[in-house]
Design a protein around this ligand. Structure first.
Ligand SMILES: Cc1cc2nc3c(=O)[nH]c(=O)nc-3n(C[C@H](O)[C@H](O)[C@H](O)COP(=O)(O)OP(=O)(O)OC[C@H]3O[C@@H](n4cnc5c(N)ncnc54)[C@H](O)[C@@H]3O)c2cc1C
Length: 387
């Protein structure tokens, strides 16, 4: 039988997360963003309660659940107004790749600390000259004695100022550009030759983005996660979770926006005794958001179920569709919520205007809307490659 209801255990997990994230809420995120602070208190609280590592096996300090659990956690923090962007990166991308491709020693070294939040691992694949075409990245790893030397640049890498290490996607010196054969290295952020420059962004958030410079950064042989000849699946062991988590974060943001809008539509009254929510011009956009939100949630839940069942190919297709739907509904919900609030929607007090920009992230990263459409056209519909 196909079940469309979450288990009692998952629902209890959501409730517990809501309890913690709700204590901090949107006011906390706004304050930290405004004052240049971080979300460390909330992050460590989540880690102490086991929520950051719900997807990590119990033997490595995690909860022994799956991506569906981790995505539910992120959706709840986001719906409480406290989205934790670095959850997409540290436990989801890095945790999944290390868990699936790492050695026993690497798992023991990094996974328990990722799970309790004491280690935040960033992730760097994007390069300025490659952009959406990751096959063209040029960050290069060269063997040097019993270690490796990394050279290159990365851009738009989130949370590097908070991270103790970063999983860098490079190519080995003997691999030419054009078709990526990724080699993934854990690079400590205090390595010699490693530097970062903050990129001023047009919206306010505690998480910052950075350009990274790797200038002959030396790492030991066991910094390499997975096999240098292991192929691209090792990367997608982390990129499919990234898309599922991106979708869940966007859905949480849409839930937050919709909730605020509905509350306001019920109490704001400017014509006789009726609230503005009595008018179809206000009701219908809100109802449309609700429908499209539930569509997007079903998609990420299916993608996560496929990933957790070990169907990487099916998970890839659904993770892409979920990320697309999540990005769209976060943008639409933010727009409708702002509009429902009239002028108040653009004030700082109501805390929605910043979301107009923040929600757009879901259309651009980690993979753009157009690249998802390219993927679906080609792989799901069998149309010729268009780019
Ligand atoms: C806030 C933020 C956080 C990020 N965090 C990280 C991170 O932690 N780690 C990391 O590695 N990266 C990160 N990124 C980078 C992100 O993944 C990239 O921005 C994204 O992949 C798009 O690449 P680009 O910006 O170079 O756009 P480009 O590739 O330059 O694309 C520009 C536009 O052209 C379109 N386009 C490009 N090619 C095609 C095509 N063939 N067909 C149709 N349209 C096309 C795109 O859809 C897009 O609209 C982050 C980005 C942002 C904005």
């Amino acid at each position: 039988m196909t079940s469309f209801s979450e288990t009692d255990e998952r629902l209890a997990l959501r409730e517990s997360v809501k309890g913690i994230a709700g204590k901090y809420g949107h006011a906390y995120i706004e304050k930290q963003a405004k004052e240049g602070g971080k979300t460390t208190d909330l992050w460590l609280d989540m880690g102490r309660n086991g929520f950051l590592g719900v997807n990590i096996p119990e033997e490595y300090g995690g909860g022994g659940g799956g991506m569906a659990d981790l995505a539910a956690v992120l959706e709840e923090t986001s719906a409480a107004g406290a989205p934790l962007l670095m959850m997409v990166v540290s436990p989801a991308i890095c945790g999944s790749i290390i868990n699936r491709c790492g050695t026993e020693e690497q798992k023991k070294r990094w996974l328990p600390a990722i799970a309790d939040g004491s280690l935040l691992m960033a992730f760097g694949i994007t390069e300025a000259d490659a952009g959406s075409n990751a096959h063209n990245i040029t960050t290069t790893a060269t063997r040097d004695g019993d270690g490796w030397v990394l050279n290159g640049q990365k851009t738009f890498i989130s949370g590097v100022d908070e991270a103790q290490s970063i999983l860098i996607v490079s190519r080995t010196a003997d691999a030419r550009t054009g078709k990526l054969k990724p080699a993934l290295f854990v690079v400590p952020t205090d390595s010699e030759g490693f530097s970062k420059q903050v990129i001023p962004m047009g919206w306010s958030a505690p998480e910052k983005q950075f350009t990274l410079f790797l200038d002959s950064v030396r790492v030991p042989h066991d910094a390499l996660v997975g096999d240098e000849d292991g192929g691209i699946w090792q990367l997608f062991a982390g990129l499919n979770p990234e898309r599922i988590m991106g979708a869940a974060l966007s859905c949480g943001m849409a839930r937050y926006a919709l909730d605020k809008a509905v509350t306001y539509a019920k109490i704001r009254s400017v014509w006789k005794d009726q609230p503005i929510g009595a008018h179809q011009g206000i009701q219908h956009p809100l109802a449309k958001v609700k429908i499209e939100l539930e569509q997007a949630r079903l998609l990420w839940q299916k993608a996560a179920a496929l990933y957790d069942a070990g169907d990487d190919f099916g998970a890839g297709e659904y993770a892409n569709m979920a990320k697309y739907a999540g990005g769209e509904i976060a943008c639409n919900a933010a727009d409708v919520a702002v509009h429902t609030h009239g002028g108040n929607g653009l004030t700082v007090e109501y805390g929605l205007a910043n979301m107009l920009v923040a929600a757009r992230l879901g259309r651009i990263a980690p993979v753009s809307r157009e690249m998802i459409l390219n993927f679906i056209a080609m792989h799901s519909l069998g149309l010729p490659k268009s780019y």
